[in-house]
Design a protein around this ligand. Structure first.
Ligand code: MN
Ligand code: MN
Length: 415
């Protein structure tokens, strides 16, 4: 009889085998030496924590306190919660960020969570990286201006995206009834939201004679300019959208392409009783040439299948629900971590992973990539598209199992 790793673990757990009975060495880790709950045989106190303990945190991270027995080795930390990010609170809103300083593994993308009150403004600015955003709550007015003198003014709501390419100047303002909260993604993990180009700072640090020459006005026009950055500030609500669009548009007209996109109004690319996925990249949102994303819903008990991405690292934002992700970092290095609403996850390019809904409600999250296009390789579909003998020679699968490997359809979320 060939003892599979799973039947071996089950057998040892139920006491049918002793640790030395099977050829554990050939099964590889975690069986040599055994780790995890099945490894505890003689002393049930092997896993308790008699020393100092943060019981609140421990309760939220069962996959760290008692990992699956298959976890092994070392994997660089791939989790950071926005709840632990320092919040910059001003009159009109707040912001907090997860960059490579908070999550060193996340080198390709950085994320910002920002709240603006009704009327609250994120100061006019621009920056080197492109900015991709997902509206989490409420309503906002965005503006932009391009290199051909064309302007853009639009309103966005929860479930909408925007994308401002590198260097394009823009602004964001909260609308009624209660402003907005949104996630910003920059295509550079080192980028800090506090290093944007702010026009208040440029003016305050430019000689007045240069300002008067540049704008063609008298020097007293600049008597009231702020001497410090505003960054976020409370302001009156803007005019009606149509009126703002009309007054901001010049002879060159508005930008030909929209900087916003209604992702949640898009028909799902994948839909089944187990969940939904909506993909957005440069194919359906052309202005988003450097960032691709998927909005994924996993029903209770279901799972975003085992897969990897051949083209880019994945930056995740958990919108709601509870889940756990296992990351396979090659070799025998594999680690499981729990995720909650507001958490950030990160999976380097080509590392295998799955995300399982471990709660009673839908698990909703964003997969975001620094790429013009979304790409994902399914583990089960790959095996289903190989000569069956080749698969059998590796895994000793039965003919029945070989037939069960998927060849058709989409297995993005399984259950
Ligand atoms: Mn920006
Ligand atoms: Mn993924």
């Amino acid at each position: 009889m060939i003892v599979s790793r799973r039947t071996f673990a089950a057998a040892t757990a139920s006491g049918l085998l002793t640790a030395s009975a099977a050829s554990a060495a050939e099964l590889g880790n975690p069986d040599n030496p055994p780790q995890g709950r099945p490894a505890i045989k003689d002393n049930p106190r092997s896993s308790n924590v008699p020393g100092p303990q943060n019981k609140v945190l421990d309760a939220q991270f069962p996959s760290s306190v008692m990992p699956p027995s298959t976890d092994h080795g070392e994997v660089e930390n791939f989790w950071f919660p926005f709840a632990q990010a320092n919040r910059r609170v001003q009159d009109g809103g707040w912001t907090r960020q997860v960059t490579v300083k908070e999550l060193p593994i996340a080198t390709t993308l950085a994320g910002v969570d920002m709240r603006l009150t009704a009327g609250g403004i994120r100061e006019l600015h621009w920056h080197l990286p492109a900015e991709w955003a997902f509206v989490l709550y409420g309503n906002a007015r965005i503006t932009a201006f391009d290199q051909d003198g064309r302007n853009y003014v639009a309103d966005v709501s929860a479930g909408d995206l925007w994308n401002f390419p590198s260097g394009i100047p823009h602004s964001i303002q909260g609308l009624e009834p209660d402003g907005t909260e949104f996630l910003l993604i920059f295509d550079d993990g080192n980028f800090s939201e506090y290093s944007t180009f702010l026009p208040t700072q440029w003016m305050a640090h430019t000689p007045v004679e240069v300002l008067t020459k540049n704008f063609g006005v008298a020097a007293n026009a600049f008597d009231q300019i702020p001497l410090h950055e505003l960054y976020i500030f409370q302001a009156p609500l803007p005019a009606a959208l149509k009126e703002d669009q009309l007054r901001a548009t010049g002879p060159q007209g508005p930008t030909p392409e929209s900087f916003a996109y209604s992702l949640l109004k898009q028909k799902p690319n994948f839909s089944s009783p187990h969940g939904e996925a909506r993909i957005v990249d440069s194919k359906n949102f052309p202005v988003s040439s450097t960032i691709a994303a998927a909005h994924v819903i996993v029903r209770p008990g279901a799972m975003r299948e085992m897969h990897w991405h051949p083209n880019a690292d994945e930056w995740q934002y958990y919108i709601s629900g509870t889940g756990r992700m296992g990351v396979f970092a090659s070799g025998d290095n594999i680690r499981t971590k729990d995720f909650h609403a507001g958490d950030v996850g990160y999976v380097p390019r080509s590392m295998g992973h799955y995300i399982e809904n471990t709660g009673d409600n839908d698990l909703v999250f964003l997969e975001i990539f620094r790429s013009s296009h979304y790409a994902s390789i399914s583990f089960s579909q790959w095996l289903g598209h190989l000569p069956p003998e080749l698969v059998k020679a590796h895994f000793r699968f039965s003919d029945e199992m070989l037939k069960a490997l998927p060849k058709n359809g989409d297995t993005t979320v399984v259950g």
